[in-house]
Design a protein around this ligand. Sequence first.
Ligand SMILES: Cc1cc2nc3c(=O)[nH]c(=O)nc-3n(C[C@H](O)[C@H](O)[C@H](O)COP(=O)(O)OP(=O)(O)OC[C@H]3O[C@@H](n4cnc5c(N)ncnc54)[C@H](O)[C@@H]3O)c2cc1C
Length: 354
Amino acid sequence: MKFAFLCKERTRSSGAKVAVVGAGPAGLAATGYLVCRGHEVDVYDKLPLPGGMMTFAIPKYRIPLDAVMEGVEDLQKNFGVKFYLSTKVVCGERHDEGDELARNNVDLTKLVEGYNAVLIATGTWRSRRLGVPGEDAENVVSALEFLLKLNLGRLGLLEGKLWSFRRVVVVGGGLSAIDAAEESLLSGAQEVYLVYRRTIKEAPAGEYEIDRLIRLGVRWIELAAPKSIVVENGRARAVEFQRMKLGEPDETGRPRPVPIPGSEFTLEADLVIAAIGEIPTPPLAPNCGDLVKYVGKDGRVLVDRGYRIPGTNIFAAGDVVTGPSKIGQATKQGLEAAREIDRLLSAKILVTAR
Ligand SMILES: Cc1cc2nc3c(=O)[nH]c(=O)nc-3n(C[C@H](O)[C@H](O)[C@H](O)COP(=O)(O)OP(=O)(O)OC[C@H]3O[C@@H](n4cnc5c(N)ncnc54)[C@H](O)[C@@H]3O)c2cc1C
């Protein structure tokens, strides 16, 4: 992966400094663009390796780690990009998934003062909760937590033990659910259930992916939603589900799942994985001050058409702006935001670095 694809090496210096917060595809693409335009870039990430979801969530058979690291090495060696890893950028207090891996905190306001521009590209590092009794049991985890720990373990970076499991129940019908189910199987689970509240036709992962998993041995159950987790001694022992039927379309245009009374059934499990979506996590917590007004109800950063928080030298791009999307979309946003930052730097509009 070549993030600095516009040039081979840094040939000139503009004298401007940009901080990129988040080393996922949006942040790395922006970094590549900015260094080719002669700007100095420092990248901050709370995790111990760059790459974001590409390194810690997406299975390696889809995005090889070596490809990501080659692109990162190119940025470091040929363009002098500094990576401050295991470093969480904060404004106010909030705990997101993966925060326990950060060894240092840096205040966003310090970056705003110390750089001409700051690009927030922090993605979606908090998972939606099931909202059913029992989900706080120790062996009920989010897909993100499961995949993150699995990858940390493979990279030799995991402190503590990974769960042991034979029967896994995954709840959800998107890409995270697919990856969690497949990785469970590849990690030695003997039975893996993938349970979705609508039908295969409505599942965001698509029929092709689900059929592929069924062929691998995953048991697909549609039209069922969790009602409670059966907990014994602090651990989930089973999940109680209720059967659904499809009703009128909801606000997304998809048929609403409607519970069928008296249709409950249980599935035993020694690991329950909730894979029902992720939420944007900008470093702008509720007690961050005035900037909070630029965080929408769904957690997304509200930027103008130039990816800028109006009246500031802060920009945002990628999934933290759009909500969960795809690598291509996040990369495109990172490039567009970088182009806008470069335009304003060239026009000497962003001159606040001290
Ligand atoms: C399980 C799963 C599978 C997927 N599979 C695919 C796929 O096959 N194909 C595809 O195109 N897309 C896939 N996606 C979606 C894709 O991964 C994302 O759309 C993309 O990674 C978003 O890029 P990003 O740069 O916006 O955010 P991310 O990749 O999430 O990167 C954000 C970075 O910011 C860092 N960060 C967060 N908060 C802070 C903070 N406060 N301070 C410092 N650093 C911080 C994080 O550590 C992370 O490194 C998948 C997503 C998931 C969850």
